[in-house]
Design a protein around this ligand. Sequence first.
Ligand code: 13P
Ligand code: SF4
Length: 309
Amino acid sequence: MNLLREKIEKLRVEKNAVILAHYYQEPDIQDIADYVGDSLGLSQQAVKTDAEIIVFAGVHFMAETAKILNPNKLVLLPDADAGCSLADDCSAIDLQALKDRNPNHVVISYINCSAEVKAISDIVCTSSNALKVVNSVPADTGIIFAPDRNLGRYIQQQSGRKMLIWDGACIVHEAFSKEKLEALHANNPKADIIAHPESEQHIIEMATFVGSTAGMIAYVKRDPSQSFIVATEAGILHKMQQEVPHKILIPAPAKEDNACACSECPYMKMNSLEKLYLCLLNETPRVEVSSDIRKKAIVPIERMLALSR
Ligand code: 13P
Ligand code: SF4
């Protein structure tokens, strides 16, 4: 075991800390985490844990959600600047203005948003339960869906519900190239294309399966195909490959040529094992949420968790 890993192991025990990591984290972070999962699984783990400190190896909105669920625990984020383009695309002021113009609509917010946005939402969803959440709203009630236009459009098609969809997007999932994906598929005709619903319509149309990161991993395990082209952030390939060591996994190509021929999240990749160690050692950067916002934001999060049991 390397020295940094040993130091983290020691501190984790001494401080009664749990390390939660998203599938898009670097492999060495995923390997040391107590739990690796998608946004829903990570929120559920944040509820379950009896650790005193939560080290959240992910991005800010995820750690913030864990803090809202655990106001008395210390929640640490290895890099305080690890944000999200979707969360940045939706301010609470602008969402409130849309709500004011559509007062009878239910507001469903994708978990990739700030605590302030959650605080003015009726129910939160993730990519794994968005359809269930939308279907839980009475058919005669209008829906505002924020902030991801691609997930919103996909769920609108799946549910048949007309929704007012916020115009936000994930820079990672909008980076995939249709032309390069077609060429890659032509060279690998037996490979199934699987995609995350944050992807654009033309990518979704090429996919045989669309789902959350955890859903995509479950799919490659159960599907008899031996090769897959994976249209989501490339960090997922680490755990996915561990689950299906004999299958071929190929990352979907980005429009811009880059070293990995894939799409990586610059925010997720701000965290490193070194930063994780330092944050556990120094107990900073801490994620804080004001009690006023927390009391409001927990309501739509708990509604989502209750629907997802
Ligand atoms: P899930 O892991 O919930 O599918 O979300 C993907 C994502 O983009 C997280 O930022
Ligand atoms: Fe946000 Fe996209 Fe990065 Fe997820 S992958 S954290 S949605 S920018």
